[in-house]
Design a binder for this molecule. Structure first.
Ligand code: ATP
Ligand code: FE
Length: 368
């Protein structure tokens, strides 16, 4: 079995060809990060245009690199939910056209399911396992019981951690910092944090007393903003210039965010073990999404998993951020499980919003 995967849910146009054993036969990606950095955030219409400009070339590149003939494909898998409507639309209409041309089955993909299953391409991981997905648009903890069988244990009540980091990086004008002018907000914060003091000031992690697995990052962002304003006054500089204490602020926000993520994940591990939803020993925690490529967060999670007899697994950084490989692999997983393969594509629509699995987050809070 060989699947072509296509991803356009946000700001990356990506495609890949993956076989049943997880071999990546070909891949290509076009990132829009630099363009969106300049406008201080994603402008959906701009993202849509860039997807349109690049999708044909990216899919062609992935197919050519794979050295297979398109007729050898078993199916075409494409992200149809959740994501930016205008972005999802480009990938879906392109894919449906291709499906029509090649007369192949279509596999609609849930972007977060794909992030969650990526680990099964790189490691031998059996169900069930716990997954923590932390990116620019998402933040959730879920128990993965099967290819399409998820229990949602907790999610962000407001913004996602990557979004928070991007906002803080923008407020710090890190785009003007010579060392990180081309990095995403999260990457810039990680880079600068290495030179800073994480205990520069003391901030309590969000939702300190909440006995559930939910997350919140808006409050943290606001506290950091206040600190930045205070520092600007102290250093006598205007908003828009880079603070000399930017590294300390980066280290502090990264540390506080990591503490919060670890605490919520700890609750999820305890809940699952209490309910016998995960094995008592050697349970697997998978961390993925753009923020999981952060090594400080990974290290903090490693300390947690060591203390709870769990194993932490993270896909390599380039598979943590959006890519076509995870979509193609999700297609393979679905083919093998006989799930969601469409031969009749009439009436298929993209869905900008779509929760992952059965939401039991309230139950988690009540069980505490
Ligand atoms: P979605 O949420 O739909 O998956 P996304 O574009 O946010 O979309 P990703 O590519 O997985 O998906 O993640 C990008 C986010 O990850 C950005 O917010 C970025 O700042 C953050 N990020 C990237 N690298 C790092 C890093 N090293 N440390 C912390 N955050 C990072
Ligand atoms: Fe993503």
């Amino acid at each position: 079995k060989i699947v072509l995967g296509i991803e356009t849910s946000c700001d990356d146009t990506a495609a890949a060809v993956v076989d049943e054993t997880g071999n990546v036969l070909g891949e290509a990606i076009h990132s829009q990060t630099e363009v969106h950095l300049k406008t201080g955030g994603i402008v959906p219409a701009v993202a849509q245009q860039l997807h349109r400009d690049n999708i044909q070339r990216i899919v062609q590149e992935a197919l050519s690199a794979s050295r297979i003939s398109p007729s050898d494909l078993s199916a075409i898998a494409t992200t149809i939910k959740p994501g930016l409507a205008l972005s999802l639309g480009v990938g879906l209409s392109f894919s449906l056209q291709l499906v029509g041309q090649l007369k192949k089955p279509f596999i609609p993909i849930h972007h977060m399911e794909a992030h969650a299953l990526t680990i099964r391409l790189t490691n031998k991981v059996e169900f069930p396992f716990l997954v923590l997905l932390i990116s620019g648009g998402h933040c959730l903890l879920a128990l993965v019981q099967g290819v399409s069988d998820f229990l949602l244990l907790g999610k962000s009540l407001d913004i996602a951690p990557g979004d928070m980091l991007d906002k803080v990086a923008r407020r710090l004008s890190l785009i003007k910092h010579p060392e990180c002018s081309t990095m995403s907000g999260g990457k810039a914060i990680e880079h600068l944090a290495k030179q800073g003091n994480r205990f520069h000031f003391d901030i309590k992690p969000p939702l300190h007393h909440a006995k559930n697995c939910d997350f919140s990052f808006t409050g943290l962002q606001q506290v950091i903003n206040k600190r930045i304003m205070k520092k600007e006054k102290e250093e006598g500089i205007e908003e828009g210039q880079v603070l000399s204490s930017a590294a300390d602020i980066a280290a502090t926000v990264q540390h506080t965010m990591a503490c919060h993520i670890v605490k919520r994940t700890h609750r999820a591990i305890l809940f699952c073990k209490q309910r016998d939803l995960l094995p008592q020993n050697n349970a697997v925690l998978v961390a993925s999404g753009g923020v999981a490529s952060n090594f400080y967060v990974r290290r903090a999670l490693e300390i947690l998993t060591n203390a709870t007899q769990c194993t932490l697994l993270c896909p390599p950084p380039r598979l943590c951020t959006d890519n076509g490989i995870m979509i193609a692999w999700n297609g393979i997983e679905r083919l093998r499980a006989g799930l969601g393969i469409l031969h009749d594509i009439e009436g298929i629509r993209y869905e900008p919003k779509c929760p992952l699995g059965v939401d039991i987050s309230k139950e988690v809070g009540e069980a505490a």
